[in-house]
Design a protein around this ligand. Structure first.
Ligand code: GLC
Length: 540
């Protein structure tokens, strides 16, 4: 009953710069990841998504690509990549690459050609427009990291469009040659055996063909990113996008069982349209609801209900708790609730994506001004938008730089890395790391969690309760989203606590009423004696 690997499995995002450095230059690399595959196996994840590893001037740390089919030397070589892929596959771990189709680096040969003259054959591969009559940019669109999204180019006397940095010119996806070239990029990696792609900024690929202005955002607050001054109604998410996504999907479908994930920051009702007509689009349009929701039982129950009911028939759900662009969950909800968040992520219906370091309870790191790397922080300083604090090096042990690198790390290691590292947490049965391992191991054996139904039970008094069920296996999950103890009533059938977020060995038996500790989440099993034994075996 296990469906596709990407339905029953758990995805793990690695930010390669920060996972493991193998050559002492202070930046993580492919050989470093390969050295840590035991860790991934022990953790119990099924697929790793690597943020971009391709040739790049690193203005946006790899999201500005100068050659989509070459590995940046800072990460290693194509041979290193092939070896990593082979070793991951021999362990049964899938590899997902980051595909960045919306823009390239301004140093990409395509853009160099495009900007060289108005009649260059690649001119139309990017988005060039004349200035307005007063010399201003062609319209009011804003760049995601601040300022206008248009950059004047002296050589040819036109503006080019960049949704992100000016060093990241947008490709013109209305041009069939661009589409064909980018499909070839996908095939290059598919032929090498990669298992899928996370598509960067997918909702940006198609812009209004008439380049009409975006309307102002009446709810804008000065502490927000400059981009939020306008509603991005014309600059992204246009109806023509669905054909583009379906074409990407068809490229993947020529290979067995590959996965297409879309990065899409849109409200739920828009997000789910990216599954495409008759599910011809992304397998998993990334669901970022948990990154934004107020952290309360009612609020979380509401977004789950809204999301579940918005899914198209057959559309497979997914949940994301953290990524390299958003504040760490442990800082957002507090260290105590980070454990509840772990249980939530790994018990909801659908594919979970876990961000490296969250399994150690990583907090937003303090990055002093002189150590700032992120271009967003540099362009819009002081608003707390910078992404360095969630990208700091993984902490492995108590040695120099927590075992990340013998050299000077590109971002400072977390200040608590002597305490919060894999080695230390692995030896403490009650640590968040061991909680993650228990949850992942249980999930791997529980049909109800991997593929079962979801039913909301209640969200009262700060406790969110739901059931997961598959055939005879029936589980209840009760999450105390408050910092106080709570007594809750559960259907009598749920007699046994399998996992608690707080203690490695919870008191097992309950009868209808359960006392939850502050910030505690539990998984309970119900059912006939024999089913119960199955569930228990699975939890060990
Ligand atoms: C996506 C990436 C982000 C990057 C941006 C531009 O949002 O996740 O890190 O800066 O695209 O490529």
């Amino acid at each position: 009953m296990d469906g596709h690997w990407w339905q029953s499995g758990v995805l793990y995002q690695i930010y390669p710069r920060s996972f493991q450095d193998s050559n002492g230059d202070g930046v993580g690399d492919l050989n470093g990841i390969r050295q840590r595959l035991d860790y991934l196996t022990q953790l119990g994840i099924n697929a790793a998504w690597l943020s971009p590893i391709f040739l790049s001037p690193m203005r946006d740390f790899g999201y500005d690509i100068a050659d989509h089919c070459a590995i940046d030397p800072v990460f290693g070589t194509l041979a290193d990549f092939d070896l990593l892929l082979k070793d991951m596959h021999s362990r049964g771990i899938k590899l997902i690459l980051d595909f960045v189709p919306n823009h390239t680096s301004n140093e990409h040969p395509w853009f160099r050609e495009s900007r060289s003259s108005r009649v260059n054959p690649k001119r139309d591969w990017y988005i060039w427009r004349d200035a307005a009559s007063d010399g201003a940019p062609p319209n009011n669109w804003l760049g995601a990291f601040g300022g206008s999204a248009w950059e004047w180019d002296e050589t040819t006397g036109q503006f080019y469009y960049h949704a992100f940095l000016k060093e990241q010119p947008d490709l013109n996806w209305r041009n069939p040659e661009v589409r064909a070239a980018m499909h070839d990029v996908l095939r290059f990696w598919l032929e090498r055996g990669v298992d899928g792609f996370r598509v960067d900024a997918l909702w940006h690929l198609m812009k209004d063909e008439h380049f009409r202005d975006n309307p102002p955002n009446p709810a804008f607050r000065p502490e927000q990113a400059g981009l939020e001054r306008l509603l991005q109604l014309r600059s992204a998410d246009q109806p023509e996008i669905y054909d583009v996504v379906a074409e990407l999907r068809r490229v993947l479908d020529a290979y067995p069982d590959r996965l297409l994930i879309g990065e899409i920051y849109l409200p739920i009702e828009r997000l789910v349209t990216y599954y495409g007509k008759d599910l011809s689009g992304a397998h998993l349009p990334f669901n970022f609801q948990l990154l934004n929701t107020a952290w309360g039982a009612q609020q979380i129950a509401n977004i789950v209900a809204e999301y579940e009911s918005a899914l198209p028939p057959g559309g497979w759900p997914n949940w994301v708790l953290g990524n390299h662009d958003r504040p760490r969950i442990a800082t957002r909800v507090g260290g105590a609730q980070a454990r509840v968040a772990a249980m939530l992520l790994l018990t909801l219906r659908g594919t979970p994506t876990l961000y490296y370091g969250d399994e150690l309870g990583f907090e937003q790191a303090v990055v002093p001004p002189e150590a700032v790397q992120d271009p967003w922080e540099k362009q819009e300083p002081g608003l707390g938008l910078g992404r360095d604090p969630c990208r700091t090096p993984m902490s492995w042990d108590r040695s120099l730089n927590a075992g990340f690198s013998p050299g000077r790390p590109w971002l400072p290691p977390a200040s608590d890395c002597l305490r919060r590292n894999v080695e230390t947490l692995a030896s403490d049965p009650n640590s968040i790391l061991n909680l993650y391992r228990r949850l992942l191991a249980f999930r791997a054996r529980s049909n109800a969690l991997r593929m079962g139904d979801y039913t909301a039970v209640s969200a009262e008094n700060g406790v969110f309760i739901f059931e997961r069920r598959a055939k005879s296996e029936r589980l209840a999950i009760a999450l105390n989203l408050t910092h106080e103890p709570r007594r809750v009533n559960l259907p009598k059938a749920f007699e046994r606590i399998l996992i608690s977020t707080l203690v490695a060995k919870p008191v097992a038996s309950v009868t209808g009423e359960v006392n939850l500790r502050p910030d505690e989440g539990i998984i309970l099993a119900a059912g006939r004696e024999s089913d119960r034994r199955d569930a228990e075996t699975a939890s060990q």
